[in-house]
Design a protein around this ligand. Structure first.
Ligand SMILES: C=C(O[C@@H]1C=C(C(=O)O)C=C[C@H]1O)C(=O)O
Length: 285
């Protein structure tokens, strides 16, 4: 049985919406959670495959392999990873920032942006539950991701400075930013290649079907759970990129390089191990 991590946020829904879960249940068990929990479960060997934070792949790269061409990426603004701040971003030095406990990529991305790109030196970070009002009550700024960030942006009435981290990353690097990757444990690939192939083809097919429908059916279902309207969600999905080609890979390697230089990664992740279904694992740098 393959244990499959399923991120609960809307941004990964295109991959899961049209999956044939009944057919897959013959060999796969789905475990839904927030990214940070799935990252930990993957590194402890409690799940075998699924979407995790791209940062978590960097931390555990030697034990993991990436599924080809699946990711959650933005080329510029992402629409659901926001820093809400009481002061302009240039004035955040010396201030207190609350971070959502659900993220690994965006929390490190924020630190890189503030420290490396804005040159801020003295920041205090507190990791918290993603409850906007609590976070902002005692801090100068807070970082939210996923549906929590979207909901907070709807609540916020224009009193705060709101920064989209995908846009900031693009502004300073001119590169895309990959937030989630689909990774699997090397051991699982040795033991369950056929089940992993079936999952891969279903994820790919689901994403293609969602895109071919211009995300309409998917958006209708998201409105029921999260509010908003169909056009909003269609626009959100259209803007996100679900490919993981050479440009996205270069952007991710650049993120790892900066993460290593800033001391967040224990080693320089200078290549990605990607699964080629016909050939096996190959290294990209
Ligand atoms: C685009 C997003 O990407 C998510 C951000 C993640 C992180 O910061 O660790 C992890 C998984 C992604 O699905 C989002 O949540 O808004």
């Amino acid at each position: 049985m393959v244990r499959v991590g399923e991120i609960l946020y809307t941004n990964v829904h295109p991959f899961f919406f049209y999956m044939d879960r009944e057919k897959l249940s013959a060999h796969s068990r789905f475990i839904p959670s927030i990214p940070a929990r799935l990252n930990d479960a993957m590194s402890r060997g409690e799940i075998d495959v699924g979407a995790i934070s791209s940062f978590a792949y960097g931390k555990d790269a030697e034990n993991l392999v990436l599924m080809p061409d699946l990711a959650v990426t933005s080329h510029g603004s992402v629409g659901s990873i926001f820093l809400f701040s009481k002061v302009p971003i240039e004035e955040l030095d010396g201030k207190k920032i609350a971070l959502t406990h659900s993220s690994a990529t965006s929390t490190h991305l924020l630190k890189i942006i503030l420290q490396r790109f804005y040159g801020h030196e003295k920041l205090s970070y507190t990791t918290m539950m993603p409850v906007y009002q609590d976070m902002i009550a005692e801090h100068d700024a807070c970082l939210l991701i996923g549906d929590d960030a979207i909901q907070a942006s709807w609540l916020e009435q224009g009193q705060m400075y709101v920064y989209d981290l995908g846009e900031k990353w693009y502004h300073f690097t001119k590169m895309p930013m990959t937030f989630a990757v689909f990774a699997m444990r090397k051991q699982a690939l040795e033991q369950e290649p056929e089940a992993l192939k079936a999952l891969y083809y279903d994820w790919k097919q689901s994403e293609e079907q969602a895109r071919a429908d211009d995300y309409e059916q998917l958006a209708h279902s998201v409105v029921k759970d999260h509010g908003g309207n169909v056009r909003f969600w269609q626009g959100y999905f259209r803007k996100l990129q679900y490919r993981f080609g050479p440009r996205e890979q270069r952007g991710l390697l650049h993120f790892y390089r900066l993460g290593f230089e800033e001391g967040y990664l224990p080693y320089d992740v200078d290549h990605l191990n990607v699964w080629d279904i016909d050939i096996g694992i190959h290294s990209i740098n």
